[in-house]
Design a protein around this ligand. Structure first.
Ligand code: 8YV
Length: 330
């Protein structure tokens, strides 16, 4: 009997056709609530789930007793109860690698846009205010040759650091759970304790995953350690930063500017002052959002779920323990 798959999120026709070749597919583009009866019926019979942005609570797993594997169309997996999935022997697969360079491009776009005040000055010209040569009030800050402080130096962090060091002659500092000797050799990157990095860097760029340990990693104390000229960039997850502390630091001039792709609440609350602040460039979580990369991420998720449901090892697996257990090696 063919296995049953639930897919959540917008998919291109060729991706849907591919899934329908192998599975009985129940596809949901948007749900008002996780209690949607059609969704719950589909989930009750599903062997697999492919998901872009639904947050999956443990209680939902109780409603999916046949679930063998989940493929998320994202590298981050903070939307999933990983321990509960592992306990239930459910594989969780993600999409690293294919989005690394695109997300690093977005990170660098934020560095450039904040430092050179791109949006603010594009608005200035749109308002018809460019009537004489610009003056010091419109000057920006150099990026090349400055010090880039990376909080987290995983795949995406390393790709941003590479752009900084090799493309812009920046000195790279990093703070990370594990030292990265190969990047020290390749980029001349230097390890720092986080507090020291915050005081030294001209640009502080956050790329750590969201975990209980990194929630509000950057808050009032950390902003106070930064220089008034620091430009802060968050391309990771909003909850890594205490947002009221960030707003206060920007208002008080404790830091110069912020480039933000992610927020504590997404979509961003209409009440948030952040997108309206002159020294903030706010983007609607577009880190990996290009045609090419989203296609590649979806294809990776499809490949992962196909392999997992055929009993083969998925390409990118979050909870390795489930696979080892299935192989009888743990
Ligand atoms: C996702 C992301 O596409 O991959 C991630 O972790 O943040 C984005 O690139 C987004 O979460 C929607 O699934």
């Amino acid at each position: 009997m063919r296995k049953r798959l639930v897919a959540y999120g917008r998919l291109k026709p060729h991706h849907i056709a591919q899934l329908q070749q192998d599975f009985e597919l129940d596809h949901f583009i948007q749900l008002e609530s996780l209690e949607d009866p059609a969704f719950l019926t589909a989930l009750a019979n599903a062997n697999g789930l492919i998901n872009s942005s639904l947050k999956i609570p443990v209680a939902l797993l109780d409603k999916a007793p046949k679930l063998e594997a989940i493929a998320t169309i994202s590298v981050g997996y903070d939307n999933y109860p990983v321990d509960a999935l592992t306990q239930r022997n459910i594989l969780l697969c993600n999409t690293p690698d294919v989005l690394t360079e695109t997300t690093a491009d977005t990170g660098f776009a934020l560095i450039m846009a904040t430092a050179r005040r791109v949006l603010e000055l594009a608005d200035y010209i749109k308002r018809g205010e460019w009537q004489a040569s610009i003056g010091e009030a419109q000057f920006g800050t150099d990026v090349h040759g400055k010090t880039l402080g990376m909080i987290g130096l995983g795949r995406i962090g390393a790709a941003i650091a590479r752009r900084g060091a090799l493309g812009f002659g920046m000195k790279v500092l990093y703070s990370n759970a594990a030292p990265k000797p190969h990047l020290e050799t390749e980029l001349g990157a230097e390890y720092r304790e986080m507090d020291a990095l915050l005081g030294e860097a001209d640009f502080v760029c956050v790329t750590v995953p969201l975990t209980p340990q990194t929630k509000h990693l950057i808050g009032r104390r950390e902003f106070a350690l930064m220089k008034p000229s620091t430009i802060f960039v968050n391309i990771a997850r909003g909850k890594v930063v205490d947002e009221p502390a960030l707003i206060a630091a920007l208002e008080k001039g404790e830091i110069q500017a912020a480039g933000l792709d992610v927020f504590e609440q997404e979509p961003l609350s209409p009440e948030s002052p952040l997108p309206h602040m002159a020294n903030v460039v706010a983007l609607p979580h577009i880190g990996s959002a290009t045609h090419e990369t989203r296609d590649a991420m979806t294809q990776r998720a499809i490949d992962n779920i196909c392999l997992a449901l055929q009993g083969e090892r998925p390409i990118s697996l979050v909870n390795e323990a489930v696979w080892s257990q299935r192989q009888g090696t743990s």
